[in-house]
Design a binder for this molecule. Structure first.
Ligand code: HMG
Ligand code: MG
Length: 312
């Protein structure tokens, strides 16, 4: 295994778009995924099987997943909040069982909970303990049906309702998610409130509670306070080898007015390559794509690296 390789998890089709008020056409989402496939990113989060009442923008995920072109070496996880979501995905995947429709589009789900009670309630209408119960059943059923499961913890570095978040809470939830069978835990600074040392405390507590190496964790940073890239680089220095990001800096958080998007993939890749890490991605293609998708949805390109490279 190459110790300098950092896996980029491209979350723009899901985290990047989920908060857009105007519904993005299904064809645009599929085109975003198709073009991402050509950039070399190894993981593309394709959508969510969540309640469309809660997140209308993701209501067409079944159509996106069924319509997206897939590449055999890329994973296309989808978010699943409960058994209802897992059953929706499994119904779709069952159509691929006899082989006549080709390869199933995904073999991976992502489950999500939070490190603060108020955020967990706002996002999934339950307590952390209830969400872990719910997700434990989802995870065991998913694994039994051959799916891999990634776990997300939101608000590891700050909560829009509770402010500072206790790193011990992050560590306890990390342990619960790993114990139930997640192969990787993404530490989410959902509102972009973190600084490098705050992210480090969340990671250290997770390492202490789980006794696994930093490679089991991903850095999922939002860039509200302009600390997203510093946080990512610090986590990579600490041994994390998976970074979640979105082309063009797409994204936002519905429960946190003013919170901006995910850290942009273009800046992450530029910085990682500059520091001697490898990502296997093509920066020029990411830059063009970030610019394209922002134009498609009528937003300004939020990627500093993207705008600068385009201007050169
Ligand atoms: P609830 O209202 O408590 O659930 O929501 P419910 O069981 O009462 O269901 C309400 C309605 O939704 C019902 O429909 C259900 O059938 C339906 P009705 O009977 O009223 O017609 N429903 C569903 N429909 C489709 N798919 C489903 C599903 N489940 C129920 N899976 C629930 C609970 C968890 C469903 C809801 O809170 C929810 O969907 N939440 C998702 C919120 C979300 O997607 N947030 C964004 C993703 S997390 C994130 O962005 C953070 C992350 O990026 C990391 C970071 O940045 O930190 C991952
Ligand atoms: Mg996020």
């Amino acid at each position: 295994k190459n110790p300098n390789f950092v896996k980029i998890v491209e979350v723009s089709p899901r985290d990047g778009l989920q908060n857009e008020k105007i519904i993005v056409p299904t064809a645009t989402k599929i085109e975003l995924i198709r073009r991402l496939t050509e950039t070399g990113v190894p993981v593309i989060e394709a959508g969510s099987f969540v309640s469309p009442k809660w997140v209308p923008q993701m209501g067409d995920t079944p159509q996106v997943v069924a319509g997206m072109p897939i590449h055999p070496s890329i994973s296309y996880p989808v978010l699943v909040p409960n058994m209802r979501g897992l059953e929706g995905l499994q119904k779709l995947l069952s159509k691929y069982k006899d082989g006549s429709k080709g390869t199933p589009p995904t073999d991976e789900i992502a489950i999500f909970t939070a490190a603060s009670e108020s955020f967990c309630k706002a996002n999934t209408n339950c307590t952390i303990a209830e969400s872990l119960d719910r997700l434990s059943e989802v995870t065991s059923r998913a694994i039994a049906s051959g799916l891999k499961v990634r776990g997300y913890i939101s608000v590891v570095a700050g909560c829009p309702y509770e402010g500072k978040v206790d790193p011990e809470a992050v560590g306890r939830v990390s342990k619960a998610l790993l114990d139930m069978g997640c192969y990787e835990i993404s530490l989410g600074d959902t509102i972009g409130a973190g600084t490098p040392s705050v992210m480090e405390h969340a990671l250290n507590s997770s390492l202490k509670h789980t006794n696994v190496s930093p490679e089991y964790f991903a850095a999922h940073c939002h860039d509200t306070m302009n600390t997203g890239l510093a946080n990512v680089l610090h986590m990579v220095k600490l041994g994390v080898r998976t970074v979640d990001s979105a082309v063009g800096g797409l994204g936002g958080c519905p429960y946190s007015p003013g919170a901006t998007g995910n850290i942009d993939t273009e800046s992450v890749v530029f910085a990682l390559h500059g520091e001697g890490y490898e990502t296997g991605t093509d920066l020029d293609k990411l830059v063009d794509l970030g610019d394209w998708i922002n134009k498609e949805i009528g937003r300004n390109n939020a990627s500093n690296a993207g705008r600068a490279i385009l201007a050169q």
